[in-house]
Ligand binder design. Structure first.
Ligand SMILES: [Mg+2]
Length: 122
């Protein structure tokens, strides 16, 4: 069976590396982007099954990226991975159509659960 594919979006290289380590045995991480602009072109190129999305990033932030993405891909599966103290922004992201959110610093299990839940037929 083909692994589901993931795109990791975060401006912090260390965070991208951590997320890749957590996801990789279970998912195929097909790309990494460090801002919302790069993320959109990578999304078009890779068409991942889901993305993990940081909120605070240079150039184009997570919320703007999410709005742009859902305009052209309304069914895109997005998990917000954001710092604590961003409740308002996380709420906005969920209202826009993000499927789930994980708060940094995160428990690896929580990330895996959120990703698996996107594809479970519950
Ligand atoms: Mg950030």
């Amino acid at each position: 069976m083909r692994l589901k594919t993931a795109l990791i979006i975060d401006d912090a290289a260390v965070m991208r590396m951590r997320l890749r380590d957590i996801l990789e045995p279970h998912f195929d991480v097909v790309g990494e982007a460090e801002d919302g602009e790069q993320a959109l072109s990578l999304y078009e190129a890779c068409r991942p099954d889901f993305v993990t999305l940081d909120i605070t990033m240079p150039k184009v932030d997570g919320i703007t990226f999410l709005q742009n993405l859902l305009k052209s891909h309304p069914d895109a599966k997005v998990i917000i991975v954001s710092a604590v103290g961003q409740k308002q922004t996380v709420f906005k992201a969920l209202t826009l159509g993000a499927r789930d959110f994980v708060v940094k610093p995160f428990d690896p299990e929580r990330v895996k659960t959120a990703a698996n839940r996107l594809f479970s037929k519950a």
